[in-house]
Design a protein around this ligand. Structure first.
Ligand code: NAD
Length: 486
């Protein structure tokens, strides 16, 4: 079934035209290691042409009212919804997602919802109250009033990671387009095919050049967009390491930046928490999409009184995390994205062992084709270990004991990351008091579930800026203040 995509004519999209590239590169199904498609290999010249096309389309797109732009976005949501069911096997093949994840979270759910959400206009402008201004050398005495407008940032390059290719792109372009920007989508090299299909559907809805798609295996094409003077803003989701490079390079042309970066989520358990609820929460994310989730609670910080029972409960629950062929309905843990990423995650586990951690669950490479890693639990960890400090982006959980709330908070904050943290405590008040002391952009209490329209983003190395909800529109805007004597 997968091989069908190998013969498809995959192209990039510039200024409303589907463009063939001279070169292509292989997309590999991480579940089977088969080649499932040959992605277009865009050049730096293509990237610059896409930036120029987006710039040309900008003035007429931003001149529309938000109501008119939202109407386009609503039509885009309808068009996507009518076609995207047919993309499930493609997304599964290029990402290695299990059936459930591909059907409910990759292709439907958050993906279409993001377009629906931003198909409703928001009032973005804000009047300034009149202000008495005494006579001066500049102007006579008057009352000055004004308006604070939100103007589009301009041309936005949306550079995204692998893991949830459609959701990552939708979360950026829906608010960016609603706000009046034009976009260039640069998906991750590992899983760009469904995004190409998305671009083609959007191209049927939006005027030429409003949405452009550039695909390439090398960082060069993304870097060219960061350097281009035609691009006003970079909306980046990916690793903190690449994010730092983009911030540095973007400084030369004073790029507006939205940076959604890596995470090493802490999950604090107090001695009076519901251990089974916490363990259920950890387990639901531990192997989910093979741990390739930036918000996963991968550092469990557990009160010493319940440390051993928690380890036992996590070991017990791991037996139900069926690893296997991602196309089997019963599979909960599929492969990670590439062979090189599997090697990186395995080296990460080994570093934990070398530093003295104890492998309680997993640790070995499963004997099967594909890029599989068994869900792994490392106990006896200490804060300075590499495996505790760095993001693995694989199905690995580390657990450390704490001796009270202050100690737990210190351990949780002892990380360069600060994206999403969790607190399980005997009551919400105690959980809240701990949560507000965490250096983390988002905190969930006694639950793993996020609020989908809460502002999302990170403290410290986890990012700069916030998106989702109204914050998503603000992120893609410039503030303009206009004042006059009343
Ligand atoms: P990555 O940083 O390696 O790559 C992300 C994107 O950047 C890709 O499209 C890549 O081609 C591009 N890129 C690489 N070098 C570039 C350069 N010099 N200039 C411009 N573009 C460049 O990330 P990845 O391995 O694809 O994804 C995993 C990472 O993404 C993890 O760190 C994970 O935590 C993070 N992530 C964060 C969020 C979030 O919302 N905070 C969501 C998903 C993933």
């Amino acid at each position: 079934m997968n091989k069908v995509h190998v013969d498809e004519d995959w192209r990039i999209l510039i200024g409303g035209e589907r463009i063939s590239t001279t070169d292509h590169y292989d997309i590999v199904d991480p579940n089977t290691t088969e080649i499932i498609g040959r992605a277009p290999e865009a050049t730096v010249e293509h990237a610059l042409a896409a930036a120029a096309a987006a710039k040309e389309a900008l003035s007429s797109w931003r001149a529309l009212s938000m109501d008119q732009r939202c109407d386009y976005i609503g039509r885009a949501a309808d068009a996507i919804e009518s076609q995207c069911e047919g993309w499930v096997d493609l997304v599964q093949a290029e990402t290695g997602a299990t059936i459930k994840v591909a059907r409910t979270m990759q292709v439907a759910g958050a993906f279409v919802d993001r377009f629906r959400y931003y198909s409703k206009p928001f009032e973005m402008n804000q009047p300034l109250p009149p202000l008495y201004s005494a006579a001066s050398a500049l102007a006579p005495e008057s009352l000055i009033t004004g308006n604070v407008l939100r103007q589009p940032a301009g041309v936005v390059a949306c550079i995204t990671p692998y893991n949830f290719p459609l959701v990552n792109v939708a979360g950026k372009i829906a608010p960016a387009l609603a706000m009046g920007n034009t976009v260039i989508i640069k998906p991750a090299p590992q899983d760009p095919l469904a995004v190409i299909k998305l671009g083609e559907v959007l191209n049927e809805v939006f005027p030429p050049g409003v949405v452009n798609v550039i695909v390439g295996s090398s960082p060069e094409v993304g870097a060219a967009l960061v350097d281009s003077k035609d691009v006003n803003m970079i909306s980046f989701t990916g690793s903190s390491q690449v994010g730092a490079k983009i911030m540095e390079a973007g400084g030369k042309t004073m790029k507006r930046l939205l940076m959604e970066l890596g995470g090493k989520g802490a999950l604090i358990m107090t001695e009076d928490c519901d251990v089974q609820a916490a363990v259920g929460g950890i387990a639901s994310v531990w192997g989910f999409h093979s741990g390739q989730i930036c918000t996963a609670p991968t550092r469990v910080i557990c009160h010493r009184e319940i440390y051993e029972p928690t380890i036992e409960a996590l070991s017990a629950v791991s037996e139900f995390m069926t690893l296997g062929d991602a196309r089997e309905e019963s599979t909960l843990v599929g492969p990670v994205i590439t062979e090189s990423h599997r090697d990186r995650v395995e080296a990460f586990i080994q570093s934990g062992i070398d530093d003295g951690a104890e492998v309680v669950v997993g640790g070995d490479r499963p004997e099967r084709d594909g890029f599989f890693i068994a869900p792994t639990l490392l106990a006896g960890c200490t804060p300075e270990m590499h495996v505790v400090q760095e993001e693995a982006f694989g199905p690995i959980v580390v657990i450390m004991p704490h001796d009270g709330d202050d100690h737990a908070i210190e351990l949780a904050n002892g990380s360069d990351y600060g994206l999403f943290s969790y607190v399980y405590a005997g009551n919400t008040t105690r959980a809240y008091e701990i949560g507000e002391q965490l250096e983390s952009g988002n905190v969930a209490l006694n639950s793993i579930a996020p609020h989908m329209y809460a502002p999302f983003g990170g403290f410290k190395m986890s990012g700069v800026g916030r998106d989702r909800g109204r914050w998503g529109l603000e992120a893609y805007s410039e503030i303009q203040a206009i004042n006059w004597p009343s």
